[in-house]
Write a protein that binds this ligand. Structure first.
Ligand SMILES: [Ca+2]
Length: 194
């Protein structure tokens, strides 16, 4: 597939997942014990995309770090803030109940809404603290875009392309998927049709 085709697929999936209209804020915080996101995957992605250009400093330390965006994302999903540095997220410790950790070395394929983790030193991540972001969209070849903070020269939340397989692992929330979203994701082999 040529570059144009890949771009079109990225756009198609992103539009599909973001093209729903949402009525108010449905995210609550009372579902922490189940690890079940308190909002839909579309709402979560819309929330993340809307953070573009912001400087998020949830912990009041070291300014806007990559992990501050993930602190905020976890709270948006109603599973509580995990804490730690980006690289800490590659381990199962404190993984919300029911979430999956999928390793790139095992051929994991990104899915919009996943937390994507880079260990320190992985794929140009120079900091020993590693890096984390939120998968925005994915092509059928596995190239993906990430909503991330403190990446490159701009410390604010930006959306950037990444190459297939160039990450350490993915953390996948146990979304409650509608049949329509499940069908779309199944085209990418990300979920099974019911
Ligand atoms: Ca901070």
């Amino acid at each position: 597939m040529n570059k144009h085709g890949i771009t079109a697929l990225i756009a198609a999936l992103a539009v599909f997942l973001l093209s729903f209209s949402f009525g108010g804020s449905a995210c609550a915080k009372e579902k922490k014990e189940t690890g079940k996101p308190a909002c839909s995957i579309q709402e979560a992605l819309q929330w993340a995309r809307d953070r573009k250009g912001e400087y998020i400093d949830m912990d009041g330390a070291y300014g806007a770090q990559c992990v501050d965006l993930i602190y905020a994302y976890y709270e948006r999903l109603g599973v509580g803030r995990r804490g730690g540095n980006g690289a800490d997220y590659q381990y199962d410790e404190k993984l919300p109940k029911g979430w999956e950790r999928l390793n790139a070395d095992d051929g994991a394929f990104p899915m919009p809404g996943d937390v994507v983790v880079w260990a320190g030193g992985a794929y140009g991540i120079s900091s020993s603290c590693g890096h984390v972001g939120i998968v925005h969209s994915v092509s059928k070849k596995g190239n993906f875009k990430v909503i991330e903070q403190n990446y490159g020269a701009d410390r604010s939340v930006t959306i950037n392309p990444h190459k297939a397989g160039e990450f350490t692992c993915l953390l996948r929330p146990n979304w409650s998927l509608t049949d329509a979203v499940r069908h779309e994701l199944a085209k990418y082999g990300l979920v099974n049709e019911k």
